[in-house]
Design a binder for this molecule. Structure first.
Ligand code: WTA
Length: 666
């Protein structure tokens, strides 16, 4: 009996799997038109915008620029001499004025600008007026700490309102903020501070994550041991009693003390359109992260336009972009974009499964979230946890949902659309990068017919192509994704390294921006992103350079060589497999693999922890000594080995394969 039942169950499971596969197969081919009621109310519902913007892109962007407040309007939209762009030449404006002052003069003054919830459940709501006052006060604090226009301020905070306040306060006085994700280690923080030569660090005693405390100040203290540019540290008291901190007299100051007598008005600095608003470090193909530089006017125009049209934000909306403020998505769509629009933005400190797996949906229900933006890696986790966590909550206010960070599998898209979006919310799959500043390839939810797994079409005014190795457009099959015209939010350089800027983005195809992504076009012209084509991994939507992880490993005293590859992972999309050889005389021991993983966490942060470390006697190399990562990828994914003819010593691979199979848990 039991056996028969088991067989029956197995049959059912097989059938379900088959159905899922079928659904996935057809998902790619399915097309979802914008629901009529969405279309009727959409901010952008005129299909002619694409043609108009393509004909006169500068005029198109100038139209958006006019919606901002300028202390001196610009007379020229663009000066372009590849790879150097200047947008809105000669104009003067201030980002904090555009995000705050502009709104406090209207009926939005008492509207919620920022709704925040901490992981333990504590809540704060800032109206535009509140936020305006806090930003002005903190701008005065920064001034008192001798921060001047052009100085760099490092921000290393949990997801708390002070992060947004600090960013906007920097913008108010023309200081350049450099936000460092709170999950980065002390060493990663130190590298970023030193590269930017930051003068002030803003941090907290700690932050909450899955019920535990992240001791940010402790990590910051470690970082500051060798970061001599930092003169002052401002500490937000997040945890109080729970988080004891060491205070270095003269250097360290509590945020709340400094704010006590800070005046609530601070004259905003008149910034040139091309003055730097911020730098943000991201991973590239070398071991050293690069400080991507964004300037003021073009960036604001880009985030304003995309927030209005892609997220369709209205005054009634509550927008929740779940990204941490340490990433560009948090900069553009938790802070600058929604506030420039005068919208309400929601910020949450903690993990999606704390204290339970329905935390996000509880938040959506309680705060009446209408537009929700997250990453495929999160959606895959929600899918795995099961729909019951979602069904328990009333999500009927949701009207639009989005994703960013990596390609989304069609079946995950369909699940997201159906289960989170109730089948009624358009899904905007948005492609962009830290370097692009704002969304570039995306549906417009009131216009575009959606195809699960495709980011669809370039935003109006954006020119993208898929090209082959010679820069020729590819009609069929995959190629390199490039951007053929400048766009307002584009990066203006890499902090302190103009040569790298040219080499990284503009050398492969002269005069054309190379994204580092592969893509293909559908018969309808739609773009399908295929992932990175360079040595950059995408682990749970986080960009990690293989070279960074390798240099962290080689830094360990026992390691001679390291080669890192990405392997498919059910939830993270991609996980890190590291092949390591030891120095002569270094002896492997039982938990060396674990120690090496910890070493990477210490050097970079938990997001870069390798899933597997394989200790090898030798690595496959060409006769000229280049490590053949391609073959390592084949070993790690169990694929048939590719062309091995250039290999110096073919026996190395056999040994590696045996090693890999023998110890799958290492
Ligand atoms: C990937 C995040 C497919 C891509 C805003 C890109 C995507 C990198 C998508 C940038 C998407 C981002 N579909 N791939 N919708 N969005 N990517 O700098 O590989 O953290 O180059 O910026 O993420 O990551 P970054």
């Amino acid at each position: 009996m039991a056996r028969a039942r088991k067989q029956q169950a197995a049959k059912k499971a097989r059938a379900a799997r088959g159905e899922e596969r079928l659904a996935a197969l057809s998902a790619e081919k399915r097309s979802f038109k914008p629901p009529a009621e969405f279309r009727r109310q959409a901010n952008c519902r005129d299909p002619k915008v694409y043609r108009r913007a393509a004909r006169h892109p500068e005029k198109f962007w100038a139209g958006w620029a006019r919606q901002l407040e300028w202390s001196k309007p610009s007379r020229k939209v663009l000066e372009w001499k590849a790879p150097d762009a200047r947008w809105f030449v000669g104009g003067k404006l201030n980002a904090s004025v555009n995000c705050l002052d502009r709104h406090v003069r209207t009926a939005r003054r008492n509207k919620a600008a920022l709704i925040w919830e901490g992981e333990p459940g504590d809540r704060r709501t800032y109206t535009y007026w509140d936020l305006y006052r806090e930003v002005n006060r903190f701008a005065n604090v920064l001034k008192r700490l001798h921060v001047r226009k052009g100085d760099r301020v490092a921000i290393y905070l949990p997801m708390i309102p002070e992060a947004a306040i600090a960013m906007l306060a920097c913008a108010r006085i023309g200081a350049i903020h450099s936000v460092v994700f709170g999950g980065f280690s002390a060493e990663a923080l130190r590298d970023r501070i030193n590269d930017a030569q930051a003068k002030v660090l803003i941090t907290a005693d700690g932050g909450y994550r899955r019920g535990a405390v992240l001791p940010l100040k402790q990590w910051a203290d470690e970082a500051l041991q060798r970061a001599p540019s930092i003169e002052k540290v401002v500490i937000v008291k997040r945890g109080g009693q729970d988080f004891p901190v060491h205070i270095k007299e003269g250097r360290d100051h509590w945020w709340h003390r400094l704010m006590q007598d800070a005046p609530a008005w601070c004259e905003p600095a008149a910034m040139d359109s091309e003055d730097i608003l911020y730098t943000l470090y991201t991973s590239g193909t070398t071991g050293k992260p690069k400080g991507v530089v964004h300037t003021t006017a073009g960036y604001l125009v880009g985030v304003l336009a995309t927030t209005r049209w892609v997220f369709d934000l209205k005054d009634e909306d509550v927008f929740w972009c779940t990204a941490d403020i340490g990433w560009v998505t948090g900069h553009s769509y938790s802070v600058y974009g929604p506030l420039a629009c005068g919208a309400t933005t929601l910020m949450y400190e903690g993990a999606p499964d704390w204290p339970a797996r329905d935390r996000f949906w509880e938040l959506c229900e309680r705060h009446g979230v209408t537009v929700f933006y997250t990453a495929p890696t999160a959606i895959r986790a929600f899918m795995k946890w099961g729909a019951e966590h979602i069904r328990r909550h009333d999500l009927s206010r949701l009207r639009l949902i989005g994703t960013v960070g990596e390609p989304i599998n069609p079946e995950v898209w369909v699940w997201y659309h159906r289960t989170v979006g109730g089948g009624r919310c358009p899904v905007v799959d948005t492609w962009w990068q830290t370097e692009t500043g704002h969304i570039l390839i995306t549906p417009l939810p009131g216009l575009t017919a959606l195809r699960p797994g495709s980011a669809t079409l370039p935003f109006p005014g954006i020119s993208a192509e898929v090209v082959d190795g010679f820069g020729e457009p590819v009609k069929k099959g995959g190629g390199y994704l490039v951007l053929t015209r400048p766009w307002p939010g584009m990066l203006r350089g890499i902090w302190g390294d103009p040569a790298r800027y040219r080499k990284q983005y503009w050398a492969r195809f002269p005069g054309i921006y190379f994204t580092g992504d592969g893509a293909k076009r559908g018969p309808d012209g739609y773009f399908w992103l295929l992932g990175r084509v360079d040595d950059v991994l995408n682990v749970g939507g986080h960009r990690i350079g293989t070279a960074e992880v390798e240099s962290a490993l080689v830094h360990h005293p026992a390691v001679a060589e390291a080669a890192v590859v990405g392997v498919p992972h059910e939830l993270k999309g991609e996980a890190i497999a590291a092949f390591v050889t030891l120095k002569d005389g270094a002896r492997p021991y039982g938990h060396l693999g674990e120690d090496l993983k910890e070493h990477v966490v210490k050097r970079i942060g938990a997001i870069a922890r390798p899933e597997r470390v394989i200790l090898a006697a030798d690595l496959p190399k060409t006769r000229s000594g280049k490590i053949m990562r391609r073959l390592l990828r084949d070993v790690a994914t169990g694929r048939a080995l590719g062309d091995v003819s250039t290999l110096a010593d073919p026996s190395v691979l056999e040994a590696l394969k045996a090693r890999y199979a023998e110890d799958p848990s290492a």
